[in-house]
Design a protein around this ligand. Structure first.
Ligand SMILES: Cc1cc2nc3c(=O)[nH]c(=O)nc-3n(C[C@H](O)[C@H](O)[C@H](O)COP(=O)(O)OP(=O)(O)OC[C@H]3O[C@@H](n4cnc5c(N)ncnc54)[C@H](O)[C@@H]3O)c2cc1C
Length: 675
């Protein structure tokens, strides 16, 4: 047999063993063009990507013959429209969500766009972006005015919530939910007044929820804890071991944070980890030694030094570890979207609790007041859904946080004429202009694209609650200085893949619930967090369905962090669903096959949440000069109001979190009053 035919046969057989033929829904698109998995369509999609169709206006609305649009089904104003249960490519990584934005970026959008049609609607306020910040801005504004104003929220996605989206999966009578993006919510006495007001109004008490709704010993009482997966490609053999180290991430959800039998696990690690003996000893030493690697320096000098060097450099150049120790620990900081080359040694110590600092005598972090972190089963989509309930009567039936968990949003209500607040999805804003010819005089004209229409509406004022980097494209009147400041922010690419599993018996048998997988395709694997709220119960028995979240890190050590993000984003968008699916099946099979996992039978569905523009940029002394030499943080210049427009979004807070998105909404709404 010819070698190429032989290799193709082998790969087909491998795919059969992985279950690539199994019946799950497969919906794909490559950089904006949908296809249904057929190779001819894939080639057509890549041709289009090369430039032909990207010049066309609104290409996603008209899939070519033989293609299947990646978002099909009922229209937003019909009863059957329910985006949380769509699988395949989700997040912001489906063509309908991003094609118009990318076409604006490439300067093609207006080449063929029609003259906008004026919509006969006049709003007090238009908000661009229906994430937590945009929805909070609508809420604060309406509350301030007694819910009497006309407010329109426009978002390019088919669902509201921005990064805070709900994924849902039904199997028989079981309904599982998970976060598609934003995962946990911090709160407590250090929360700002705006956060306390909003979360209070929504009935969210993070401290009480964290005390009452997390079963922290659920997994440990079943002999399960953290694991480490060594893969054959990197370490010479596939081996899953229990991790003897303390938890570094997601600490709020598990107990104990140091395994009860840690020393026993260390002995097993020393005997069985597929790494050379001296590397195993190095890892052990790192976790156990109490040596002062910066002896002779004062605490202040040590802190400054650790703040100016990466954790990777600290391990290699100060502690003197073997480079393979860095490979072993490589993925432990990826929860932050940055690898250990891009994480300061100080953050490794204080934020992640990574090893190597015990003997330095650094002061313990002083915690004042009471605070907590909580994970809703659907992540921070709970905040978004409760906000929508407040804004749009009848959109989320019920009245309590608990009952919201198992209740479906009625999307048909969101954009009804007569609502005080209307939420218009699948609407990408392409232009926002200060004007003087609206019926009320001074105002704002907002143009947006919806399907193959270009529409414009008038409003008295506007809050831009969308991403910084998009603003210069949609607001051409902006000053060059502000444009530069806005472009300073480069978002992290985040990949959050939810795999809907028939059961978790293999995890139970292997004794793992969270797995770090150094250098594997997916860096971290997290089995459903043991949280129940209201009628929603986390998976109770190993035989029951469950959701597993798999995260990929996109580090490219050696490059500036912003270039790492840009390259990661390209890789993310150029990867097909088929590849994500194959890598998912391969890694789970290799890791858990010995414990009975069958990738053909045990995977019920896969939802790939691609967040090309994920976490907002946060500053680091490794990359941001003003942090070392002083100066104004760029986000302060970037968020200046202009004309009748103010700027919200977590980007305008200089870092990234749900509570900050709320604060920024509150500030942007307050600024409207002074324009
Ligand atoms: C994978 C992931 C995990 C995260 N985990 C956490 C976590 O655990 N805890 C936490 O506190 N935070 C987390 N975050 C951070 C998250 O960004 C914030 O918590 C918060 O959700 C940000 O809200 P926002 O409204 O500021 O921005 P976004 O949620 O980004 O909302 C902005 C919206 O504007 C839309 N938009 C952009 N341009 C246009 C346009 N031209 N027209 C119309 N609409 C537009 C966007 O598509 C988006 O829907 C996570 C983020 C990601 C990506």
């Amino acid at each position: 047999m010819r070698r190429d035919i032989f290799e193709e046969c082998v790969s087909l057989i491998d795919d059969m063993k992985l279950g690539m033929h199994a019946s799950i829904k497969r919906v794909d698109n490559v950089d904006g063009f949908a296809y249904a998995g057929d190779s001819a369509d894939a080639v057509a999609a890549l041709d289009q990507k090369a430039g032909k169709a990207s010049k066309a206006y609104c290409p996603y609305a008209r899939p070519a013959a033989g293609q299947t649009a990646d978002v099909t089904g009922p229209a937003p104003d019909s009863a059957g429209y329910y985006p949380p249960e769509l699988t395949g490519m989700r997040g912001s990584g489906y063509s309908r969500g991003y094609t118009a934005g990318h076409s604006l970026r490439d300067g093609h959008f207006f080449d063929t766009a029609p003259v906008p049609s004026a919509v006969d609607e006049l709003y007090d306020l238009v908000i661009v972006g229906g994430g937590i910040s945009g929805l909070s801005a609508a809420y604060f504004y309406q509350k301030q005015h007694g819910f009497t104003k006309k407010v329109l929220v426009l978002d390019n996605h088919d669902d509201f919530g921005g990064h805070a989206k709900r994924n849902e999966f039904k199997h028989g009578t079981d309904v599982r939910v998970s976060n598609g993006g934003a995962y946990d919510l911090a709160g407590g006495s250090r929360s700002s007044a705006a956060q306390k007001e909003l979360f209070g109004d929504l009935g969210i008490d993070v401290i009480a929820l964290a005390e009452q709704n997390i079963d922290r010993r659920f997994y440990s009482s079943r002999g399960m804890g953290q694991g480490v997966f060594f893969d054959k490609e990197t370490f010479g053999e596939d081996r899953l071991l229990k991790d003897p180290a303390p938890w570094t991430d997601f600490k709020f959800a598990y107990e104990p944070l140091v395994p009860d039998n840690a020393e026993e696990l260390w002995q097993r690690f020393l005997g069985e980890a597929p790494m050379p003996e001296h590397v195993r000893q190095d890892v052990y030493r790192l976790y156990h030694d109490k040596k002062d690697y910066l002896a002779g320096l004062s605490i202040a000098e040590k802190t400054t030094k650790l703040d100016r060097m990466s954790y990777q450099d600290y391990l290699l150049k100060v502690v003197g570890c073997d480079p393979m120790v860095c490979t072993y620990l490589r993925d432990r900081t990826f929860g932050s979207g940055r690898g250990m080359d891009a994480t300061t040694a100080l953050a490794a110590q204080s934020r992640f609790g990574l090893p190597g600092f015990e003997g330095l005598g650094l002061p313990k972090r002083q915690v004042t007041g009471k605070s907590a972190t909580f994970h809703f089963p659907e992540g921070n989509a709970t905040v978004a859904r409760l906000l929508v309930r407040k804004l749009v009567p009848g959109s989320l039936p019920g009245s309590t946080l608990a009952d919201s968990m198992t209740t479906r949003v009625n999307y048909a209500t969101l954009d009804r004429a007569g609502n005080g607040t209307r939420i218009r999805l699948n609407s990408t804003v392409v232009n926002v202009l200060n004007v003087t010819d609206t019926p009320g005089g001074k105002g704002v004209r907002v143009t947006y694209q919806q399907d193959d229409h270009l529409l414009s509406i008038n409003a008295r004022q506007c809050v831009l609650a969308c991403w910084f980097h998009i603003i210069p494209y949609i607001c051409p009147e902006m000053s060059e200085e502000q444009r530069v400041a806005l472009n300073y922010n480069v978002h992290t690419p985040n990949l959050w893949v939810n795999v809907w599993l028939r059961n978790w018996t293999a995890f139970h048998k292997a004794g793992v619930t969270l797995v770090n997988a150094p250098k594997s395709y997916f860096a971290s694997l997290i089995l459903e967090v043991p949280v129940s709220v209201g009628d929603y119960k986390h998976s109770q028995r190993p035989e029951d369905p469950i959701v597993l979240s798999m995260l990929r890190g996109y580090g490219k050590p050696g490059l500036h962090i912003k270039d790492q993000f840009r390259l990661g984003r390209i890789e993310m968008y150029e990867t097909s669903f088929e590849t994500y699916e194959r890598e998912t099946r391969k890694q789970l099979g290799a890791m858990l096959g010995p414990y009975g996992f069958d990738p053909v039978k045990d995977i019920l569905g896969i939802t790939v949440n691609r967040w090309g523009h994920g976490y907002s940029y946060w500053y680091s002394p490794l990359y941001d000069e003003f942090m070392v030499n002083g100066g104004e943080p760029p986000h302060l210049r970037a968020r200046q109001p202009f004309g009748q427009i103010t700027i919200a979004n977590t980007d305008s807070g200089g870092t990234d979190s749900t509570p900050l998105a709320v604060d920024m909404a509150h500030r942007a709404v307050a600024e409207l009053a002074s324009l």
